[in-house]
Ligand binder design. Structure first.
Ligand code: FDA
Length: 318
């Protein structure tokens, strides 16, 4: 894990930093590398292009930590329209055992989980609305993982809805000390788990801090999922983990259609194509919308080269 990551994430939380980053035209170029655009109109050609290259897709409408009910409702409305548009491009009827080519990813804090009164119940209701629509449309839904204070509420929402929507997926973060045990809980038949390293600034008590500890935890968690009866989603760009997933799948006799690799839009494009050509299912996570600040700063924090590219561009303009 990049040692500067906690510093960059802490700085990104300052309103002054937000003003600087969002106020310069230089940022627009960097945003475009990681975000498909601000509107569904910008997004859809990107989706068509990726599906045309045999990649699967998952779309995230950007936004998080909503403390306003009207905003949560507007997010639900946008997702309903998004599901309609995506269904026209790649529906799978009904969503079930075979990988659905199109999926939406959603943060429960954008659906109202952080509202002061009944937040988790409101977010669960809103997630139910999205899953009902997605089931009709033949589209999958996966719930993103946010900071560790939300983990219990998020997993409770997913557990509540899985009996009705068994294909509802969720993300687990390997940097959390609890995750190996959560993987064991969620490794049952049909369970779709997207395993990632984790992108937030977390305290030592709840999360591994060193890159090697996170990698080791990822490998232990992945082994639990690969040996389980669910559908593992291997969300990483790390070559060591990508290779480990391939080796574990071979060792556990898991066919290429019973798990998938996942990468973020704009990252390791050549590797995405290599995996697709090698016959693996590869899903690209595509964010869009104008609330890109939190997403962008997590991508900058993951890789110092992204940040220095940004700073060089900033200096050369001044
Ligand atoms: P690592 O950071 O070690 O990167 C390995 C290599 O990948 C790097 O050496 C570089 O080549 C490339 N790379 C990685 N990040 C890059 C970047 N930003 N820019 C350029 N190159 C980069 N996190 C979370 O907390 N909650 C969530 O819900 C999700 N959801 C999610 C979905 C999907 C599909 C993916 C792929 C990832 C997430 N994440 C996430 C993010 C995840 O936790 C993690 O922060 C990033 O994937 C980076 O970690 P890697 O495993 O790629 O390894």
């Amino acid at each position: 894990m990049n040692p500067l990551r906690p510093v960059i994430l802490a700085a990104a939380g300052s309103p002054r930093m937000k003003k600087v980053l969002t106020g310069t035209p230089v940022t627009a170029g960097i945003v475009r590398r990681f975000v498909a655009g601000e509107t569904r109109r910008d997004l859809l050609p990107v989706v068509v292009d990726l599906l045309g290259s045999d990649r699967l897709i998952s779309v995230d409408f950007l936004g998080e930590y909503t403390t306003d009910r009207a905003r949560a409702d507007a997010t639900v409305a946008e997702y309903l329209s998004l599901i309609n548009d995506l269904a026209a491009l790649g529906r799978r009827d009904p969503p079930g055992v075979e990988p659905a080519p199109v999926e939406v990813s959603v943060k429960l804090s954008a659906l109202g989980q952080a509202l002061p009164v009944d937040g988790p119940a409101i977010a669960t209701d809103n997630l139910h609305t999205l899953c009902t629509k997605a089931a009709e449309a033949g589209v999958w839904v996966t719930v993103d993982a946010e900071d560790h204070t939300a983990t219990d509420a998020t997993l409770a929402s997913v557990r509540a809805l899985r009996p009705e929507f068994p294909w509802l997926g969720t993300v687990l973060q390997a940097y959390l000390r609890r995750t190996e045990s959560d993987c064991a809980d969620f490794a049952g038949p049909g369970s779709r788990i997207r395993l990632c390293k984790g992108a937030y600034r977390e305290p030592h008590g709840v999360a591994f801090q060193h890159a090697s500890e996170v990698t080791d935890s990822y490998l232990r968690c992945l082994e639990v999922l690969m040996r389980g009866a669910g559908y593992p989603m291997v969300a990483t760009h790390d070559p060591v983990l990508v290779r480990a997933a391939e080796a574990m799948a071979a060792e556990t006799n898991r066919p290429a259609q019973r798990f998938e690799h996942q990468m973020l839009y704009g990252i390791r494009e050549a590797e995405q194509l290599r995996l697709t050509e090698a016959g693996y299912a590869l899903r690209v996570y595509i964010p869009y919308g104008n609330e890109w600040y939190g997403y962008l700063t997590r991508r900058l924090a993951e890789r110092p080269a992204n940040l220095s590219f940004f700073l060089r561009a900033l200096v050369s303009r001044s």
